[in-house]
Design a protein around this ligand. Structure first.
Ligand SMILES: [Zn+2]
Length: 140
């Protein structure tokens, strides 16, 4: 009869089960003290010199432009419109050489292939507005 009267105190503990393992004061003691801020250590306001590194690309019209294998946005020197160049592929002696080699190896079905692949030919750039010739990207 004495045991039945003591069991309710064991079932309901006074402290909740989801208590943190370390109390807040012990966690503060484990961490090192926070270092002073820059303004506290030096007594001066932080400067931002050397961090403003912005690159400005200046495009001068009429300057010689190096054309690449992809269309480029330029100002046309003839019609002065800002446009994207139109590409036309032109076969070179290298294109004909590849086709000749394909003939020599009796791969006649693939002879037209170097004339269809743009990377086997030079790339001529034309103005997208007035369609005048602007320059050529020559493959090495
Ligand atoms: Zn043009």
């Amino acid at each position: 009869m004495d045991e039945k009267s003591t069991t309710p105190t064991r079932i309901y503990p006074s402290t909740p089960l989801e208590q943190p393992v370390l109390p807040n004061e012990q966690q503060q003691a484990l961490l090192p003290p926070a270092p002073p801020t820059y303004t506290q250590a030096t007594g001066a306001a932080p400067t931002t010199t050397g961090q403003n590194t912005s690159h400005v690309v200046v495009i001068t019209p009429g300057a010689p432009l190096v054309y690449g294998p992809a269309p480029v946005d330029i100002q046309c020197p003839y019609c002065h419109n800002y446009t994207r160049t139109r590409l036309r592929f032109r076969p070179t002696s290298r294109t004909h050489l590849i086709a000749l080699l394909l003939c020599l190896f009796q791969l006649y079905c693939f002879v037209c292939l170097p004339y269809c692949i743009g990377s086997c030919m030079n790339t001529a750039h034309y103005c997208g507005m007035c369609d005048r010739y602007l320059g050529t990207y020559v493959r090495e």
